[in-house]
Every structure is written in C-alpha cells, then in structure tokens.
Design a protein around this ligand. Structure first.
Ligand code: GRF
Length: 199
C-alpha cells in the first residue's frame, strides 16, 4: 500500500461483534489499518465497551441534534480517519460525510443484496423476511456506501444456506459467523487496493 497506514473508523449501533472481529484482526496484523475511532448512534451501545477497554476514542452521533453531521465530520477529521466501516450502524450516514469519503466507506449487510435491503431492513427483520420468502439461501454482503440505504456498489458476497428448522435467531448466528471472518478479510483487501490514502 502506498502512503501512510490507513486509519479506520468503525460505526456501530448495537452489540458490536463485528467491531470486535475487526479489532482482533487489527491486533493480529491482519488488517493494514489501525482502528482510531468508534462512532455509535446511541450512548448505550454495548459495543462501545470494545473501544473503551482499548482506549480507542469514541464519538456519539445523535442524528437529531443540531449540527450533528458537521460535528461527526469534525471528529473524523480530528482523528485523521482515512476509511470508514459500518458495522451494524442503523442510521443513514450524513451526506456531507459520504461526500467527504468517496468510495472510502463500506457497509456490512446480513443478506444477499439487492434483495432484503433498504430503510428498516436490519437485524431479525431481514432474517424473518428471508425465511418467509421460502428462499433456500441467504448470505452476507459488503458494499460501498452512498447516500441511500444499502445501495452502493457490492464488493463481496458470501452465501449462507438456509437449513430445515431455521429460525431468525439460528440464521442470524450462522450469518454472524460468516461476517466475523468475511468483513475483516474484505476490508483488508479494500484498503490495500485503495491507492490513495487520505490523511
Ligand atoms: C450484522 O449482522 C450486520 O450485518 C448488520 O448489523 C449486524 C451487526 O451486528 N448490519 P454486530 O453489532 O456487529 O454484532
């Protein structure tokens, strides 16, 4: 990779198991980046503990507060963030952040986009819809982030078969297992192939 090491921010809303997988990958030298900031859309997101226990900076993004988007952008700039990974972040990334990180934001989605995506399609809602459809497989998608939910260019997908007796919970668990392996690997490739690293 050319230029200085990438500086990654991870955005979460919930338990942060994918944040944990990314932190572990970084610590094991499997990510060509350091995780410099964790952004959460709620102050009580359990996953924030993964950041605070490692002394990684955190920022709470309160979408409804005046100036929230500008403050988020300032926090990203102050931490010299070059790349952003959404990991269970339930809010739309503000347009001014998307515009300042062109092709530098990825998202993880627990289904095979373009199906089962869009506003309100997250967590068990996705798995319930997949199971109700009678599909024989679901999966995991990693895609670039634009100004809409789940609509940017897909950069990786992996299929997860649906098995007899699957529930939203059992399917979610198998999908999480795939995510924890796939997301760090895809992010490593994506960062390595980004020729220009912003500082
Ligand atoms: C993951 O399943 C991801 O695909 C989706 O939100 C979930 C986050 O899980 N976008 P966790 O907070 O990383 O455990």
């Amino acid at each position: 990779m050319n230029g200085p090491a990438a500086r990654l921010a991870v955005f979460i809303s919930g338990r942060g198991s994918n944040l944990n997988a990314l932190l572990n990958a970084a610590e094991q030298g499997d990510l060509p980046a350091t995780i410099e900031l964790v952004v959460a859309s709620r102050p009580d997101a359990p996953g924030l503990a993964y950041a605070t226990s490692r002394n990684i900076g955190t920022f709470i993004y309160n979408q409804t507060a005046p100036g929230a988007a500008s403050q988020l952008l300032t926090a990203l700039r102050q931490a010299h963030i070059s790349h952003i990974a959404l990991a269970g972040f339930l809010k739309l990334v503000p347009g001014e952040v998307v515009d300042n990180f062109p092709e530098r934001i990825v998202n993880l989605h627990p289904a095979l986009l373009p199906r089962y995506g869009g506003k309100g399609m997250y967590g068990h809602r996705v798995h319930r819809a997949v199971l109700a459809s009678g599909d024989t497989e679901s999966g995991v998608t990693v895609h670039l982030v634009d100004r809409k939910y789940d609509s940017g260019r897909i950069i990786a997908q992996e299929r997860v078969p649906i098995v007899s007796g699957d529930t939203p919970e059992s399917l979610a668990e198998r999908i999480h297992d795939v995510e924890h392996r796939l997301y760090p690997a895809v992010i490593a490739d994506w960062i390595s192939s980004s020729r220009t690293v912003r500082t």
